[in-house]
Design a protein around this ligand. Sequence first.
Ligand code: UFG
Length: 328
Amino acid sequence: MILVCGGAGYIGSHTVFELIEDGKEVIVVDNLETGHKKAISNKAKFYNGDIRDRKFLEKVFKENKIDSVIHFAANSLVGESMENPLKYYDNNVYGTQILLETMNRHNVKKIVFSSTAAVYGEPKSIPIMETDKTFPTNPYGETKLTMEKMFKWADSAYGIKYISLRYFNVAGAHITEKIGEDHNPETHLIPIILQVALDKREKIFIFGDDYNTSDGTCIRDYIHVTDLAHAHMLALEYLNKANKSNIFNLGNGEGFSVKEIIEAARKVTGHPIKSEIGERRVGDPEKLVASSEKAKRELKWKPKYIDIESIIESAWNWHKNSPDGFKG
Ligand code: UFG
């Protein structure tokens, strides 16, 4: 059985869906602080609770024969982490500590976990390689890097093997349109643009056009959530076969500026999507583009959604059909 912590969240729920499709038995643990009950496949066994609650987690491990864990349960907003860093240390770092302790007690030795491009901070060169220096510029990235280090030492002491997946900018929705991205408040670029296309917002503010890029706006590497979900399954297979810890970047290897994303969304939606230049957002790196060659080589990962319009279109299909997200 595979335990998915944070399986009601955006990336977690898409991964649960793929695991179930693949015939796996899945247990979801989520405290529903940011996740949605409706996003959890009804074929998964669901426990509503918090990974920081030692007794609760102990019960989950006692009641199920868990052989591996996929860990998404974390807070993940850069801005919020700057204002409330200790919330991030508590949920992300302390939560992972309890999870690792419980895994060790129950002899569960395999874990795949969500890391982030934010561990690199402002990169020195593009594309970013896994071997590049990590220098997070916000508590979110710092707590994810701390989690990676906890895993490294837990491997060396207890033999818990881990795969850390460093995601770049995740977007899109499941092809069935049953699940997709629903954050409250929404802070991410593509869903905000699509809210303008749905007339739920008047315009999108572009956070700065004075960066040292071709059109002055920030560049990011966008990857489809289903491609990301597949990478988690391949990472589990890798652990089962190679029984070795490792770290992989996951992106498409191509950068798009904020203006290019807005333009692509205009094409996909046929909506004029009004925009206005605003202030820079504190902590935004200028350019983040991944090298995912290692994941392609070692995990045999092959992203399917490689053009930006198909990623935006997939997000658009979900937002059009579920304008109020999971509340609808
Ligand atoms: N942006 C705007 N206007 C908006 C929202 C975003 O111009 O209303 C810009 C941002 O400034 C940034 C780009 O769009 O340049 C993408 O912003 P997102 O908020 O969608 O994504 P981020 O790149 O900030 O964040 C992502 C992940 C984080 C991760 C981070 C690593 O969502 O979890 O990459 O830096 F930490």
